[in-house]
Write a protein that binds this ligand. Structure first.
Ligand SMILES: Cc1cc2nc3c(=O)[nH]c(=O)nc-3n(C[C@H](O)[C@H](O)[C@H](O)COP(=O)(O)OP(=O)(O)OC[C@H]3O[C@@H](n4cnc5c(N)ncnc54)[C@H](O)[C@@H]3O)c2cc1C
Length: 261
């Protein structure tokens, strides 16, 4: 591991001021630290944001659930308020990695990293999330740009993620048996304003499957999905699953999610 300067920021303003194109924020460290140890990433400055109280916590209002960026997966999984308002979101958090990862990893770190197989990005898409940073509020559909890429600037700190509470929802995934990352994950959410189908693990970046959402808008039942053709042309292919297999699994897990709603 290369040497770096460690800073513990006292507030968001200081964290943002210390940041540059050669720095990383340290939230759970579950991606940053292994990447540095393996020599895949190096930074001049590591800015610890764990001590900034404002960044952690869960608030439920009538229509939304707002989760602070450094809130850990285990806190989301065990939150009575989230279990009541959006049970599928608590279940998603419970299915991330293992207890060690859930007790360190944070929601802000997960979406900032935008791993193509991460779980939370699909929740952001399905639950019409707004990502609040120290500078602006960003719709989830605009936030996720590509593989490990978001629209965040290097000095921008995610403060909280605000999810709309749906009428019904379910997240179903085919987990990698070792890491639990999604080989395929499908998050179906039915809102008063429409239906979203957030898909992760399938392509280089999370997406809202408009064909599936369209079919479910006409008829919210798993049989409505039978007639939807899912193309494998842009799907990932690796040692775990071919692109054709992934395309089939998107359909199978979308049906499973609708049945579980
Ligand atoms: C063994 C293992 C298994 C895992 N399994 C899964 C799984 O099944 N599903 C899944 O979804 N994930 C999984 N993960 C990922 C994990 O859950 C974390 O969410 C992820 O590693 C990043 O979160 P973190 O808090 O550790 O971020 P860090 O590693 O601290 O930071 C990651 C990146 O996010 C940036 N960042 C962090 N916080 C902010 C912020 N507030 N504002 C702006 N930028 C920020 C940092 O600059 C850095 O670039 C796994 C990880 C490991 C190591």
């Amino acid at each position: 591991m290369k040497t770096f300067n460690y800073h513990s920021a006292k507030d968001v303003k200081e964290a943002s001021k210390l940041a540059s194109s050669n720095s990383a924020f340290l939230a759970g460290g579950m991606t940053t630290i292994p990447s540095m140890k393996l020599g895949l990433a190096s930074y001049k400055d590591i800015i610890d944001i764990k001590r900034i109280k404002k960044l952690s916590g869960i608030k439920v209002s009538g229509k939304t659930v707002t989760i602070g960026a450094t809130t850990k997966h285990s806190e989301v999984a065990s939150s009575k308020d989230i279990k009541k308002a959006i049970p599928s979101l608590a279940a998603l958090a419970e299915g991330i990695g293992d207890p060690q990862v859930r007790n360190r990893g944070t929601i802000g770190g997960s979406i900032a990293n935008n791993d193509p197989a991460a779980d939370y990005p699909s929740a952001c898409i399905a639950l019409n999330a707004t990502i609040h940073t120290n500078n602006r509020s960003i719709d989830a559909e605009k936030f996720f740009r590509g593989m490990f890429e978001t629209c965040l600037k290097s000095t921008e700190v995610i403060e909280a993620i605000e999810f709309s509470i749906p009428e019904k929802s379910s997240y179903q995934k085919l987990p990698n048996p070792a890491s639990r990352y999604a080989i395929i994950g499908v998050y179906v959410a039915k809102h008063k304003t429409g239906i979203n189908v957030g898909v992760t693990g399938a392509k280089s970046c999370v997406y809202n499957d408009k064909d599936l959402a369209g079919a479910l808008t006409k008829n919210f039942s798993s049989s409505a999905i039978d007639g939807v053709k899912i193309s494998s042309s842009e799907m990932n292919s690796d040692i775990h699953a071919s692109s054709d297999y992934r395309a089939n699994m998107v359909k199978a897990f979308a049906k499973k999610a609708v049945d579980a709603c």
